[in-house]
Design a protein around this ligand. Structure first.
Ligand SMILES: NC(=O)c1ccc[n+]([C@@H]2O[C@H](COP(=O)([O-])OP(=O)(O)OC[C@H]3O[C@@H](n4cnc5c(N)ncnc54)[C@H](OP(=O)(O)O)[C@@H]3O)[C@@H](O)[C@H]2O)c1
Length: 201
Protein backbone atom coordinates (compact mmCIF):
# COMPACT_ATOMS: atom_id res chain seq x y z
CA UNK A 1 0.00 0.00 0.00
CA UNK A 2 3.02 2.26 0.24
CA UNK A 3 4.51 1.66 -3.22
CA UNK A 4 6.14 4.68 -4.77
CA UNK A 5 8.07 5.28 -7.97
CA UNK A 6 11.24 5.08 -5.90
CA UNK A 7 10.71 1.30 -5.43
CA UNK A 8 9.98 0.38 -9.04
CA UNK A 9 11.47 1.48 -12.35
CA UNK A 10 8.22 2.19 -14.25
CA UNK A 11 5.45 4.78 -14.08
CA UNK A 12 1.84 3.65 -14.11
CA UNK A 13 -0.28 6.00 -16.24
CA UNK A 14 -4.03 6.22 -16.87
CA UNK A 15 -5.63 7.91 -19.90
CA UNK A 16 -9.36 7.19 -20.05
CA UNK A 17 -12.73 8.60 -21.02
CA UNK A 18 -15.53 8.70 -18.47
CA UNK A 19 -19.11 9.94 -18.31
CA UNK A 20 -19.76 12.79 -15.89
CA UNK A 21 -21.38 10.24 -13.55
CA UNK A 22 -18.27 8.09 -13.46
CA UNK A 23 -18.78 5.25 -15.95
CA UNK A 24 -16.32 4.00 -18.59
CA UNK A 25 -18.80 1.73 -20.43
CA UNK A 26 -22.48 0.78 -20.33
CA UNK A 27 -23.26 -2.50 -18.50
CA UNK A 28 -22.88 -4.41 -21.80
CA UNK A 29 -19.65 -2.62 -22.67
CA UNK A 30 -21.22 -0.26 -25.21
CA UNK A 31 -19.15 2.91 -25.79
CA UNK A 32 -20.85 5.02 -28.46
CA UNK A 33 -21.84 7.67 -25.87
CA UNK A 34 -18.07 8.39 -25.80
CA UNK A 35 -16.82 7.48 -29.27
CA UNK A 36 -19.76 8.66 -31.39
CA UNK A 37 -21.80 11.11 -29.33
CA UNK A 38 -24.84 12.94 -30.74
CA UNK A 39 -23.88 16.37 -32.03
CA UNK A 40 -24.62 19.33 -29.80
CA UNK A 41 -23.01 22.68 -29.19
CA UNK A 42 -20.69 23.36 -26.29
CA UNK A 43 -20.02 26.88 -25.08
CA UNK A 44 -16.32 26.88 -24.32
CA UNK A 45 -14.36 30.09 -24.17
CA UNK A 46 -11.33 29.99 -26.41
CA UNK A 47 -8.05 30.46 -24.62
CA UNK A 48 -6.71 33.93 -25.18
CA UNK A 49 -3.40 35.61 -24.56
CA UNK A 50 -4.92 37.98 -22.03
CA UNK A 51 -6.56 35.25 -19.91
CA UNK A 52 -4.77 35.67 -16.60
CA UNK A 53 -3.13 32.63 -15.03
CA UNK A 54 -4.53 30.21 -17.60
CA UNK A 55 -3.86 26.64 -16.38
CA UNK A 56 -1.56 24.33 -18.31
CA UNK A 57 -3.41 21.96 -20.66
CA UNK A 58 -3.95 18.27 -19.84
CA UNK A 59 -2.08 15.60 -21.79
CA UNK A 60 -3.27 14.85 -25.32
CA UNK A 61 -3.46 11.34 -26.79
CA UNK A 62 -0.96 12.35 -29.50
CA UNK A 63 1.71 13.05 -26.92
CA UNK A 64 0.64 10.51 -24.27
CA UNK A 65 0.48 7.33 -26.37
CA UNK A 66 3.82 7.54 -28.23
CA UNK A 67 5.60 7.87 -24.88
CA UNK A 68 4.11 4.58 -23.63
CA UNK A 69 6.21 1.40 -23.99
CA UNK A 70 3.83 -1.08 -22.34
CA UNK A 71 0.09 -1.56 -21.88
CA UNK A 72 -1.34 -3.34 -18.87
CA UNK A 73 -5.02 -4.02 -19.61
CA UNK A 74 -7.78 -5.97 -17.91
CA UNK A 75 -9.21 -9.05 -19.60
CA UNK A 76 -12.46 -7.24 -20.41
CA UNK A 77 -10.66 -4.35 -22.08
CA UNK A 78 -8.53 -6.87 -24.00
CA UNK A 79 -11.73 -8.47 -25.32
CA UNK A 80 -12.88 -5.04 -26.54
CA UNK A 81 -9.52 -4.36 -28.19
CA UNK A 82 -9.74 -7.70 -30.03
CA UNK A 83 -12.73 -6.24 -31.93
CA UNK A 84 -10.56 -3.36 -33.23
CA UNK A 85 -9.08 -3.68 -36.69
CA UNK A 86 -6.20 -3.15 -36.99
CA UNK A 87 -4.64 -4.12 -33.64
CA UNK A 88 -3.88 -0.69 -32.12
CA UNK A 89 -0.83 -1.61 -30.06
CA UNK A 90 1.79 -2.59 -32.64
CA UNK A 91 5.24 -1.81 -31.31
CA UNK A 92 4.12 -1.84 -27.66
CA UNK A 93 4.38 -4.65 -25.15
CA UNK A 94 0.92 -5.73 -23.94
CA UNK A 95 0.23 -7.49 -20.64
CA UNK A 96 -3.33 -8.74 -19.99
CA UNK A 97 -4.41 -9.12 -16.36
CA UNK A 98 -6.67 -12.19 -16.00
CA UNK A 99 -7.00 -15.03 -13.54
CA UNK A 100 -8.32 -17.40 -16.17
CA UNK A 101 -7.68 -16.22 -19.74
CA UNK A 102 -6.20 -18.92 -21.99
CA UNK A 103 -4.95 -17.56 -25.30
CA UNK A 104 -2.42 -18.30 -28.02
CA UNK A 105 -2.32 -14.59 -28.97
CA UNK A 106 1.43 -13.97 -29.31
CA UNK A 107 0.91 -10.20 -29.08
CA UNK A 108 0.14 -10.41 -25.37
CA UNK A 109 1.49 -11.83 -22.11
CA UNK A 110 -1.05 -12.91 -19.50
CA UNK A 111 -0.50 -12.00 -15.84
CA UNK A 112 -2.58 -14.03 -13.36
CA UNK A 113 -2.42 -11.55 -10.49
CA UNK A 114 -1.45 -8.02 -9.61
CA UNK A 115 1.84 -9.25 -8.13
CA UNK A 116 2.65 -11.21 -11.26
CA UNK A 117 1.82 -8.17 -13.40
CA UNK A 118 4.13 -6.02 -11.31
CA UNK A 119 6.97 -8.56 -11.70
CA UNK A 120 6.49 -8.89 -15.45
CA UNK A 121 6.56 -5.11 -15.90
CA UNK A 122 9.73 -4.76 -13.86
CA UNK A 123 11.50 -7.83 -15.33
CA UNK A 124 10.78 -6.70 -18.89
CA UNK A 125 12.17 -3.24 -18.33
CA UNK A 126 8.91 -1.30 -18.69
CA UNK A 127 9.34 2.42 -18.15
CA UNK A 128 5.97 3.98 -18.92
CA UNK A 129 2.95 1.72 -18.50
CA UNK A 130 -0.54 2.56 -19.77
CA UNK A 131 -2.92 0.89 -17.30
CA UNK A 132 -6.41 0.46 -18.78
CA UNK A 133 -9.77 -1.04 -17.78
CA UNK A 134 -11.90 0.00 -14.81
CA UNK A 135 -11.29 -2.93 -12.44
CA UNK A 136 -7.64 -2.96 -13.42
CA UNK A 137 -7.15 0.75 -12.78
CA UNK A 138 -8.93 0.35 -9.43
CA UNK A 139 -6.61 -2.52 -8.43
CA UNK A 140 -3.48 -0.63 -9.48
CA UNK A 141 -4.61 2.55 -7.73
CA UNK A 142 -5.34 0.68 -4.51
CA UNK A 143 -1.89 -0.91 -4.66
CA UNK A 144 -0.16 2.44 -5.16
CA UNK A 145 0.95 1.56 -8.70
CA UNK A 146 -0.52 4.57 -10.53
CA UNK A 147 1.51 7.77 -10.83
CA UNK A 148 -0.55 9.90 -13.21
CA UNK A 149 -4.17 9.99 -14.28
CA UNK A 150 -5.64 11.70 -17.33
CA UNK A 151 -9.42 11.60 -17.46
CA UNK A 152 -11.53 12.89 -20.34
CA UNK A 153 -14.94 13.71 -18.89
CA UNK A 154 -17.70 13.36 -21.50
CA UNK A 155 -20.72 15.68 -21.23
CA UNK A 156 -23.24 12.92 -20.62
CA UNK A 157 -24.84 10.96 -17.77
CA UNK A 158 -25.40 7.28 -18.64
CA UNK A 159 -26.83 6.20 -15.31
CA UNK A 160 -25.33 2.74 -15.07
CA UNK A 161 -22.32 0.85 -16.31
CA UNK A 162 -18.76 -0.09 -15.43
CA UNK A 163 -17.20 2.29 -12.97
CA UNK A 164 -13.87 3.98 -13.39
CA UNK A 165 -13.15 4.32 -9.67
CA UNK A 166 -14.14 2.11 -6.74
CA UNK A 167 -13.59 1.48 -3.06
CA UNK A 168 -10.30 2.44 -1.41
CA UNK A 169 -9.04 1.83 2.09
CA UNK A 170 -7.32 5.22 2.18
CA UNK A 171 -7.53 8.53 0.38
CA UNK A 172 -5.48 8.94 -2.81
CA UNK A 173 -4.30 12.53 -3.07
CA UNK A 174 -3.88 14.04 -6.51
CA UNK A 175 -2.08 17.13 -7.71
CA UNK A 176 -3.56 18.96 -10.69
CA UNK A 177 -1.08 19.13 -13.60
CA UNK A 178 -3.25 20.42 -16.41
CA UNK A 179 -6.79 20.89 -17.69
CA UNK A 180 -8.50 21.95 -20.89
CA UNK A 181 -11.79 21.55 -22.71
CA UNK A 182 -12.42 20.83 -26.38
CA UNK A 183 -15.25 22.67 -28.14
CA UNK A 184 -16.06 20.03 -30.76
CA UNK A 185 -16.99 17.25 -28.33
CA UNK A 186 -17.33 19.16 -25.04
CA UNK A 187 -14.81 16.90 -23.31
CA UNK A 188 -13.08 18.28 -20.24
CA UNK A 189 -9.67 16.64 -19.97
CA UNK A 190 -7.76 16.72 -16.69
CA UNK A 191 -4.29 15.38 -15.89
CA UNK A 192 -3.32 14.71 -12.28
CA UNK A 193 -0.14 13.41 -10.67
CA UNK A 194 -0.78 10.92 -7.87
CA UNK A 195 0.88 11.91 -4.63
CA UNK A 196 2.65 8.78 -3.33
CA UNK A 197 1.36 7.39 -0.06
CA UNK A 198 3.79 7.78 2.80
CA UNK A 199 4.56 5.05 5.26
CA UNK A 200 2.17 5.37 8.18
CA UNK A 201 3.14 5.38 11.86
N1 LIG B 1 -14.04 4.72 -21.53
C1 LIG B 1 -12.82 4.31 -21.85
O1 LIG B 1 -11.92 5.13 -22.21
C2 LIG B 1 -12.49 2.86 -21.71
C3 LIG B 1 -11.14 2.47 -21.59
C4 LIG B 1 -10.86 1.12 -21.40
C5 LIG B 1 -11.89 0.20 -21.36
N2 LIG B 1 -13.18 0.62 -21.50
C6 LIG B 1 -14.29 -0.34 -21.43
O2 LIG B 1 -14.42 -0.74 -20.08
C7 LIG B 1 -14.80 -2.10 -20.03
C8 LIG B 1 -13.73 -2.87 -19.26
O3 LIG B 1 -13.58 -2.38 -17.95
P1 LIG B 1 -13.88 -3.34 -16.71
O4 LIG B 1 -13.76 -2.53 -15.46
O5 LIG B 1 -15.14 -4.03 -16.99
O6 LIG B 1 -12.74 -4.45 -16.78
P2 LIG B 1 -11.15 -4.59 -17.01
O7 LIG B 1 -10.39 -3.95 -15.91
O8 LIG B 1 -10.79 -4.25 -18.41
O9 LIG B 1 -11.06 -6.19 -16.89
C9 LIG B 1 -11.54 -6.84 -15.73
C10 LIG B 1 -10.90 -8.17 -15.66
O10 LIG B 1 -9.48 -8.02 -15.46
C11 LIG B 1 -9.02 -9.05 -14.63
N3 LIG B 1 -8.52 -8.48 -13.38
C12 LIG B 1 -8.76 -7.25 -12.86
N4 LIG B 1 -8.11 -7.11 -11.69
C13 LIG B 1 -7.45 -8.29 -11.47
C14 LIG B 1 -6.58 -8.78 -10.45
N5 LIG B 1 -6.25 -8.01 -9.38
N6 LIG B 1 -6.09 -10.04 -10.56
C15 LIG B 1 -6.40 -10.82 -11.62
N7 LIG B 1 -7.22 -10.41 -12.64
C16 LIG B 1 -7.73 -9.16 -12.55
C17 LIG B 1 -10.18 -9.97 -14.37
O11 LIG B 1 -10.19 -10.92 -15.44
P3 LIG B 1 -10.68 -12.45 -15.22
O12 LIG B 1 -12.16 -12.36 -14.96
O13 LIG B 1 -10.34 -13.12 -16.51
O14 LIG B 1 -9.91 -12.97 -14.03
C18 LIG B 1 -11.37 -9.03 -14.51
O15 LIG B 1 -12.59 -9.67 -14.79
C19 LIG B 1 -14.89 -2.60 -21.46
O16 LIG B 1 -16.23 -2.49 -21.90
C20 LIG B 1 -14.01 -1.62 -22.21
O17 LIG B 1 -14.35 -1.47 -23.57
C21 LIG B 1 -13.49 1.92 -21.65
Amino acid sequence: MTETTTTRPWRGCVFIGVSLDGFIARPDGELSWLTDPPAREHAIAAASADTPAAPAPALEWETFFPAIDTLLIGRSTYETVLTFDPWPFDGKAVVVLSSGLVTDDERVTVARSLDEARSILTDRGARRVYVDGGQTIQAFLAAGLIDEVTVSIAPVLIGQGRRLFGDLDRDVLLSLRGVHATPDDGLVRVTYDVIPATVGP
